[in-house]
Design a protein around this ligand. Structure first.
Ligand code: GDP
Ligand code: CA
Length: 337
């Protein structure tokens, strides 16, 4: 019986997948998974940004609000029934960044987080405190949310800028995604602080002690890529006794939403379901996966993936509702049973 599931998650893609996973656990539709299975989420923190003196952790918050039913369903991020007075007032002062979406309800989360960080608590302890409001009432002890590290790590993107002497400019990932809409080519992706980061409390144990590890269809570069880039995480994935299965965020040759295509191109990985699976690689060959699910539209790529030693199947991979997403989780588990 699978009792411990660990999921390496980014923001929206990871959170939606987790919703379906929890739905499948509750409904008993996941093969071999106990009805009281515990889920540990190791979340990316390299998207984190300081805005107006506040520490904002977009992926942690997206997972927390989504699972805690506080998310704005249409936007897929931030709080439901949000108002924007703080943002409007800040813009009246002309203070940058005016492009960052800081909602009034959301600000409370960032105020609590920043206050606790200022008082000396590590991000992991802050996250635990925030989750007491959002996750404990819904799941009890069933879901634990862990930042990948307590250290400051930031993804930066190098873009072309003919007006600078080097012809290049480096922007924070959030500026690339939100302000520039990922509309200019990414020349390089830089993970500031990643090499010196220490895994957050519980992160390595969550990988080592799991019965099953799932990589949701999160961004392979700036979500899963950063988590796996935390020193010792890759080694733990390679060594764990648990099977590791991933689901492709690339469907039909591009991302379903977001900017994975631009970033995969920047790091020289083929933008395809097979390309990402082979980039993660088979554990039988020094990689981190035992199995890889691709969408049914990419069924012609299954053979290529299988040849690398990975179990692979093509199934519907669109997270259109909880049932469809739970079926994806079930297929992932079936692949390595
Ligand atoms: P972010 O931090 O908010 O960007 O979220 P993640 O990194 O967790 O997930 C982003 C990825 O989810 C993108 O690369 C999308 O292609 C992928 N994605 C979003 N919706 C779906 C879906 O319904 N199916 C699949 N297969 N991928 C999806
Ligand atoms: Ca993210």
């Amino acid at each position: 019986m699978v009792q411990q599931i660990t999921v390496l998650s980014g923001g929206m893609g990871g959170a939606r997948f987790l919703q379906g996973l929890m739905h499948g656990i509750a409904a008993g539709t996941l093969p071999g998974v106990a009805s009281d299975a515990q889920v540990t989420v190791v979340a990316n923190t390299a998207d984190d940004i300081w805005v107006h003196g506040l520490k904002v952790c977009p992926d942690l918050d997206t997972v927390m609000y989504t699972l805690g039913d506080g998310i704005d369903l249409e936007r897929g991020w931030g709080r439901r029934e949000e108002t924007w007075s703080v943002k409007t007032e800040l813009a009246e002062y002309g203070v940058e960044p005016t492009w960052f979406g800081l909602g009034d309800r959301d600000v409370a989360t960032h105020l609590v987080r920043t206050q606790m960080l200022d008082a000396g608590y590590p991000l992991s302890a802050v996250t635990e405190a925030l989750c007491r409001r959002w996750l404990a009432p819904v799941f009890g002890q069933g879901v634990t949310l862990l930042p990948m590290t307590d250290d400051r790590v930031e993804t930066h993107i190098a873009i072309a800028d003919p007006e600078t002497p080097s012809g290049r400019r480096v922007v924070h990932f959030q500026e690339y995604w939100i302000k520039l809409r990922a509309s200019v080519p990414a020349e390089a992706v830089l993970f500031v602080g990643l090499d010196d980061a220490t895994p957050g409390p519980g992160v390595i144990d969550a990988i080592t002690d799991a019965d099953l590890i799932l990589l949701p269809p999160s961004n392979p570069v700036v979500s899963v890529g950063t988590i796996v880039g935390v020193p010792r995480v890759r080694e733990a994935l390679v060594a764990t006794k648990a099977p590791v299965v991933g689901l492709s965020p690339i469907v039909g040759g591009t991302h379903v939403r977001g900017m994975a295509e631009q970033l995969l191109t920047a790091i020289g990985v083929e933008v395809s379901a097979a390309g990402v699976g082979l980039h993660y690689g088979s554990r039988s060959d020094g990689g981190i996966l035992d199995g890889w699910l691709v969408d049914e539209r990419d069924a012609d790529q299954v053979a290529r993936v299988t040849e690398s030693g990975l179990a692979c199947r093509a199934v519907p991979l669109m997270m259109s509702d909880h049932d469809a997403t739970a079926a994806m989780a079930a297929a992932a588990i079936e692949l390595v049973r």
